[in-house]
Design a protein around this ligand. Structure first.
Ligand code: CA2
Length: 163
């Protein structure tokens, strides 16, 4: 049986929309312009709009943030903790394979996250097979193109409903 929460916590949950954050790493601002074979035709704005529409329909606050700078992504993760962001969807892009610093930030924030990749990183070069994030993630979606972000969001919305 589901544990009863105090009435005040329940009413707080009903009043305050849950916050979700979508983080996009370096070069993802170029989506739609080059390498459609790997990354598809959708632009980052298309992806963010689709996510924003789905989140709005579900009554959830969703913010998307892209940066080509490791420090800016790290600072956004730090801020997310202050803002009580409930879940993160992250495509760390090339930082997936290189950034202990961004991994440490995500680990320190303690915010559960889903890792998303547009391409199937396991079907590509060996250096893309290792991720500094996957062992910390709730789950990983790789190779499903821009739909991967929406699937991650759908999963998190159902998780929010049962939290
Ligand atoms: O498949 C993914 O989503 C990746 O995270 C994308 C990264 C890559 O380094 C990862 O191994 C897998 C690269 C993002 C670069 O995005 C571009 C988009 C359009 C044109 C050029 C690059």
């Amino acid at each position: 049986m589901k544990k009863q929460k105090p009435a005040s916590a329940e009413s707080e949950k009903a009043k305050t929309p849950a916050k979700l954050l979508v983080l996009h790493g370096p070069n993802l601002n170029l989506l739609g312009s080059r390498e459609p074979g790997y990354y598809g035709l959708a632009t980052l704005a298309d992806i963010n709009l689709a996510l924003a529409r789905r989140a709005e329909a579900a009554g959830v606050e969703l913010e998307s943030f892209q940066s080509n700078h490791e420090g800016a992504l790290i600072e956004r993760v730090h801020a997310a903790r202050e803002q009580n962001v409930r879940y993160i969807i992250i495509n760390p892009a090339a930082y997936t394979h290189t950034s202990v610093a961004l991994r440490d930030a995500v680990a320190a924030a303690g915010i559960p996250f889903v890792e998303v990749h547009l391409s199937n990183v396991h079907a590509r070069e060996a250096f893309r097979h290792h991720s500094y994030f996957s062992d910390l993630a709730i789950g990983v979606i790789t190779g499903l193109g821009s739909e991967g972000y929406l699937l991650a969001l759908e999963y998190l919305l159902s998780r929010l409903n049962s939290d």
